[in-house]
Design a protein around this ligand. Sequence first.
Ligand SMILES: [Zn+2]
Length: 308
Amino acid sequence: MSGLTFRSTKGHWITSLSRHGSTGLFVPLSPPLDPEKIRELQCFITLSKKLLVMTGAGISTESGIPDYRSERVGLYARTDRRPIQHCDFVRSAQVRQRYWARNFVGWPQFSSHQPNPAHWALSNWEKLGKLHWLVTQNVDALHTKAGSQRLTELHGCMHRVLCLNCGEQTPRGMLQKRFQVLNPSWSAEAQGVAPDGDVFLTEEQVQSFQVPSCARCGGPLKPDVVFFGDTVNPDKVDFVHRRVKEADSLLVVGSSLQVYSGYRFILAAQEKKLPIAILNIGPTRSDDLACLKLNSRCGELLPLIDPH
Ligand SMILES: [Zn+2]
């Protein structure tokens, strides 16, 4: 469209993205729903009076956002892409330029993803008083879009931008307008979006991309998310630990629990002897700690559960 060419590591994936649409493409295969398992989860939820739910990338794959780790369909399995490292981003203006160029292209698609029935179910549970607290490892704002309020975004949110110098937070949508003003002739089309809104671009495209700095102090801008190699804010961790202490049960939805920032709360729940249920397609780090494990699509199973 603009004379730009895109480099992709797996061209056939991009072709199939446009042929089949995005929804469903990133969801791993799962066995049909087992009525007995549905009854067991229903019993787990009915017995729970202070339910803590922790969600991961698996809840958003049904909204068309790929995860990193799923067998065959996750980004690690499909491409040679790996997530950005925090120290590289902070140290190098070139790394930031590359990151923001890709993020700029991916933003219209990434920000347009909508909650799926699993997000809506959890939001509904909250409205009915069933959900004590919701902790998500996702940065896609889909729980917020579904109306969840008793929510901690453990790894931040791509819809906010943070100044690394003065700490000012601004909406990501505003930054998109600044990108457009600074790069009037720079247009491109997203060819494949990662969980963090990233896309694939050539070096030439990246090098001509102009990155704005903080409007208040001129400092470098970073999405308000925890990159790999960074740590979650300790106040946030304490806050979630307090919610775990108050809870009487824990349900994990769509997470393999490979990342310690989330896994530590499973360990805390286990220490407190809370019953733990896990809904995730594929094995998780905590299957042996769970009293109930379900290998189902979140968006198919959760809406079947009566939260009363
Ligand atoms: Zn600033």
